[in-house]
Write a protein that binds this ligand. Structure first.
Ligand code: ADP
Ligand code: MG
Length: 691
């Protein structure tokens, strides 16, 4: 039987070139890829729920008769369809609808629909449900298995992904999908058969324990998480060896420039900044490339540490490149470094994607001629960018950069021979016990001290049944001249849905807060549109900014002192912490409201409680790990720190010691299994699910 890794998706019935191209966008090229494209969650469409029994927040199949369909005029027109089933009434609300749709939902029509029941203006409502009209006597069947929800992209429906996985499952067997974990290891670590695990996770039976699956406790999930973590470990070890085997320029300790810099700085470095600075300085003086990660909470002062490292290279006569994940953030660095380095007589060059034509050509020339300090975005990775003598690369917010990109840096080194040192800075604190696995390829330093004089953000945990009160709170804060963020959280399967949710909240808030100037920003907007909205908010022309988590990095608006986060239970604590770091930057007392969606599990409650108790990122990370156990949460997945398909570093922390041992034995006894594993799990690993 042919191995499914060798069979292209086009071998499946109904998959032509156009669809194959879309599939390639989510990394699906072979049937093996399809089988390892695992559901993020499941829906229960195996039964119809009576309207009267629906709880707010419940996703359910319901069936009823249309009692009326009216167009209602709010700030935005919507179609409101009242549905009855004898046990109760519920409304379907559509902001986007056609006349044909309205005609199809006439009084008396039988409708089957699926969606989340939310408390709305007319009682329980479902926004934009999936629905279909039934014939008068039609008895529609329910699903036979739980319904998988896959990660997807624009133009690729869940329906399509379901039918593809169905076709691929039909060809799945122990021979078509080789198990690269040797039987000895599987036995030692009690790992079940691969093909059964895959089959179960794509189509769990109706009696499957939804909670267990959501918490990642099912054996099938353990089996795959183990293999994924193992593969990740192998790839990091390999990466580290590859980089360490190279030569880097030795940079002697600097004196003159750091002294001048510190004199002009206006504050003294914290103890932590000095300690980490010394660790970096030592690494740079070696001829092995530095691979060092600095973890420091938001506001810990990582930029100063980066500047000190840069000065060591600059004083030795080499070039430094500093990269940030977004244009806004890169620009902030450009301004800081220009201000700091000007008195030292060092000019700062700028390169970003936006730079076009002559300006771009000039920048490229400047860099090739040896411009000492270069700041920019991903654009610095492009092939055309040639450095003259690059000795140090500083990467801010590493979680937005992939391993591939980090490897590509080597080619930017001197004569393609000397590899630049790498300094990576992240504001995502991670418990020490996990750092060893997460960053197996890096040495780590921790900035565990904030500069003096910060006031913590006051955090409140409130159920969304009290949404109206919270809206009033926004109104009064803005009336007092302050600004606020309203953050809509990620809906896992696609960015598109997340943006739609933000649009819906924007509509609702705009009409509820008619007198305020409300803006919207999300990932689907063009960079120029985003920048324009951000600028308006910065200038105070917008009072309330409805946003997806795109505002997470690089936003600095000191007058914004209130943040509402919708459905905070969907996010990892690390990401909540990062978001919250956007407020509390000015002199006004700041508040953060975590507007959770009831019912919250005990664990969910405990997690949000941590956010209320502390603003220290490391404490949050440690407590998050302590609490993990049966976690319905996604832990590190959404921090963007590491993009796993099944595994979660926090949730699966118990597996890590075994994973490290298994990696050793695999390398020793079954080295030929390493490449197929990397191919299976990591070929598309870097682009997977990136924010
Ligand atoms: P982050 O670690 O989040 O990148 P930044 O480097 O942006 O933090 O620093 C946050 C703010 O703290 C900046 O305004 C910076 O000038 C200031 N800062 C950094 N180090 C110190 C220090 N030792 N004492 C006082 N202020 C500091
Ligand atoms: Mg920073």
């Amino acid at each position: 039987m042919t191995e499914l890794a060798q069979v292209p998706v086009t071998a499946l019935k109904g998959v032509g070139a156009a669809l194959a191209e879309k599939l390639a966008r989510v990394g699906l090229e072979s049937l093996q890829d399809v089988l390892f494209h695992l559901p993020l969650r499941y829906q229960d469409r195996t039964r119809v729920v009576p309207i009267g029994a629906l709880r707010p927040g419940q996703d359910a199949v319901i069936e009823g008769v249309v009692a009326g369909a009216d167009i209602v005029m709010g700030k935005r027109r919507s179609l409101l369809v009242r549905l009855q089933d004898g046990s109760g009434t519920l409304s379907l609300r559509f902001y986007h609808f056609s006349q044909a749709q309205k005609d199809g939902l006439k009084r008396g029509t039988h409708v089957r629909c699926y969606g989340e029941a939310r408390p709305g203006a007319s009682g329980l409502e479902i926004y934009h449900p999936e629905y279909r009209a039934l014939g008068a006597d039609e008895v529609a069947p329910v699903e036979q298995t739980l319904t998988p929800i896959y990660p997807t992209t624009e133009g690729l429906t869940q329906q399509r992904l379901r039918s593809l996985s169905q076709l691929a499952l039909a060809r799945l067997g122990p021979h078509s999908l080789p198990d690269w974990l040797p039987a000895e290891l599987a036995r030692d670590y009690r790992l079940g058969p691969l093909d059964q695990a895959i089959r179960y996770l794509h189509r769990p039976p109706p009696d499957a324990d939804l909670e267990e699956l959501a918490e990642g406790r099912h054996w099938a999930q353990h089996r795959l998480a183990f293999e994924e973590l193992l593969t990740h470990q192998l790839s990091l070890q390999r990466l580290r060896e590859q980089v360490r085997a190279q030569q880097a320029p030795r940079l002697p300790l600097a004196r003159r420039l750091p002294q001048l810099f510190l004199q002009n700085l206006g504050f003294a470095p914290t103890g932590a900044q000095q300690r980490v600075g010394a660790e970096i300085a030592y690494d740079l003086s070696q001829d092995e490339p530095m691979l060092r990660l600095v973890q420091g909470d938001v506001g810990a002062g990582k930029t100063v540490v980066a500047a000190l490292a840069a000065l060591q290279a600059l004083e030795a006569g080499y070039q430094v490149a500093l990269m940030a994940p977004t244009e806004i953030l890169a620009e902030q660095h450009f301004l800081n470094f220009s201000r700091w380095l000007a008195p030292l007589g060092i000019e700062v060059a700028w390169l970003a994607g936006k730079l076009k034509g002559k300006a771009r050509a000039a920048a490229l020339e400047q860099i090739a001629a040896g411009a000492p300090m270069v700041v920019g975005t991903h654009a610095l990775f492009q092939d055309e960018v040639r450095f003259q003598k690059l000795a140090l690369v500083v990467i801010d917010e590493q979680h937005r950069f992939g391993v591939q990109q980090r490897l590509a840096l080597r080619q930017k080194g001197i004569d393609g021979r000397l590899c630049p040192h790498q300094l990576i800075m992240t504001a995502t604190p991670i418990p020490r016990t996990l750092a060893m696995s997460a960053y197996a390829d890096l040495d780590t330093s921790i900035l565990d001290e904030l500069p003096p004089g910060r006031t913590p953000v006051n955090t409140l945990v409130i159920a969304d049944s009290r949404r109206l009160e919270v809206v009033e709170r926004v109104r009064s804060a803005c009336r007092e001249g302050r600004q606020a963020y309203w953050v809509c959280t990620l809906i896992e399967e696609s960015e598109e849905l997340t943006c739609q949710a933000a649009e819906t909240s924007f509509e609702e808030l705009s009409s509820a807060l008619g007198e305020l100037r409300v803006g919207l920003i999300h990932g689907r907007m063009k960079p120029a549109e985003k920048a324009a909205v951000m600028d308006e908010f910065k200038r105070g022309e917008l009072q309330l900014l409805v946003a997806t988590t795109v505002i997470e990095v690089g936003v600095d608006v000191p007058n914004a002192s209130l943040m509402i986060i919708e459905n905070p239970e969907r996010l990892g604590l690390a990401q909540l912490h990062q978001l919250r770091g956007r407020v509390g930057r000015g002199s006004a007392a700041s508040h953060c409201v975590l507007l959770y969606h009831a019912p919250l599990s005990q664990l969910g409650r405990a997690r949000l409680g941590i956010m209320r108790e502390t603003c220290d990122g490391f404490v949050i990370a440690e407590k998050d790990l302590e609490l993990r156990g049966p976690g319905e949460m996604l832990g590190t997945r959404q921090t963007g720190l590491l993009q796993f398909k099944v595994a979660d570093l926090m949730r699966d922390a118990d597996l890590l010691p075994a994973v490290r041992d298994a990696a050793q034995s695999l390398l020793q006894h079954w080295p030929q299994h390493v490449s197929p594993l990397l191919e299976r799990w990591l070929r598309h690993g870097q682009q997977y699910g990136q924010v």
